[in-house]
Write a protein that binds this ligand. Structure first.
Ligand code: TXA
Ligand code: MG
Length: 331
């Protein structure tokens, strides 16, 4: 069985119809593709966990089309909190910022994995927004990949990942950002970054003290060993002139490598020919997926500058390479 890829107005109609019946649908967002289900339908939520093979201890992000829907899922704990959220929303929504806020009790426990906090964002993707308005309910949606694997940035990627377990994917082209949203918890006016992403800490500083917990696992997505390809993946330093890879290796390059470097590898993927980190982020998962599906036996990825969104790309790269490093150390 192969999940059907649908387009345009008819695709939106079919997606809304299936969601109304309690089904799950692959939907495009501006970050990565999500696997969506009605946030207030526990059966639909259970289907999402089943389709992804995701442990139910790992909660889901709830998506809304406009800030006016926020209080359908959120119960503000103070006026200060509401003010801060309104200021953040005015600047970053719709867009790739997810906020962790106190939940409304009506939300099914499965969505938040029993937590008193819900992760919520206003997606900027016009198709996702239309589907939300069509069904008239917030949609819970994790990234549309099998648990722990590479996130999808095109409808085809979703089909390759989840064809066996879902029926429908709405095609919205390639994702603008290509990396999952920044997740921020508001802690007494302070902003704690739980997952780095397209909105950088520099962009958040004017809203309060920004901090990133060190080594503390706050969300299950913070686990090492996530976003992983099937092949071994190793991070190498940016000066690769003296580096000799094993035969039949793939190379995830930042900028266009010289012919001399290129010929050492059986396949090369370039993230951004001119070294633009935003472009690199948008191409990251697609390039990693192509290398994973290539004939190469092993993948080498070059270290990127850990500034701006480069921090978020390196976060994903380190997690993606975690298992491989572990294996090569124990050999
Ligand atoms: O850009 C994105 O955020 C994409 C698109 C589809 O919106 N979604 C996404 O979802 O990346 P997912 O499930 O792959 O990652 C969500 C992360 C997980 O690490 C999860 O543990 C965390 O957010 N999370 C969700 N709800 C939470 C909650 N109530 N408390 C703590 N962490 C939460
Ligand atoms: Mg994910």
């Amino acid at each position: 069985m192969s999940a059907r890829i649908v387009h345009g107005v008819e695709g939106i109609r079919d997606s809304v119809e299936l969601l109304r019946q309690g089904g799950v649908v692959g939907l495009p967002t501006e970050t990565v593709y999500g696997l969506a289900g009605n946030a207030f339908d526990p059966m639909a939520i259970a289907r999402i966990f089943e389709a992804k093979g995701r442990p139910i201890s790992d909660p889901l992000i709830v998506h809304i089309p406009e800030v006016g829907w926020l209080e359908r899922v959120v119960h503000f704990s103070s006026e200060e909190q509401r003010d801060l959220v309104e200021r953040l929303a005015a600047n970053f929504w719709p867009g790739p910022l997810t906020l962790l806020l106190p939940r409304r009790p009506e939300l099914p426990d499965l969505v938040t994995a029993g937590s008193e906090f819900v992760a919520v964002r206003v997606t900027a993707h016009p198709l996702f927004q239309e589907v939300l308005r069509g069904i008239g309910s917030p949609l819970a949606a994790p990234s549309a990949n099998r648990f722990g694997r590479i996130s999808p940035t095109s409808a085809m990627d979703v089909q390759l990942e989840l064809s066996e377990s879902i029926d429908l994917i709405l095609d919205g082209g390639c994702c603008e950002h290509g990396l999952e949203s920044t997740i921020v918890a508001l802690r007494e006016g302070k902003l704690e970054i739980l997952r780095p992403g397209p909105i950088t800490s520099d962009q958040l500083t004017e809203y309060g003290h920004v901090f990133t917990p060190n080594g503390i696992v706050n969300t299950p997505g913070s686990l090492p060993g996530h976003y992983a390809p099937k092949k071994g993946l190793h991070i190498i330093e940016s000066d690769i002139h003296g580096f000799l890879p094993r035969a039949n290796s793939g190379y995830l390059a930042f900028t266009t490598p010289s012919p001399e470097i290129r010929e050492r590898f059986s396949q090369v993927e370039v993230l951004s020919p001119l070294g633009d980190l935003r472009e690199a982020a948008a191409n990251f998962y697609g390039a990693l997926r192509r290398l994973d599906n290539s004939k190469a036996d092993i993948i080498y990825a070059v270290r990127l500058p850990e500034e701006g969104i480069g921090l978020a790309i390196m976060d994903r790269l380190k997690r993606a390479s975690y298992g491989s490093q572990h294996l090569s150390q124990s050999h």
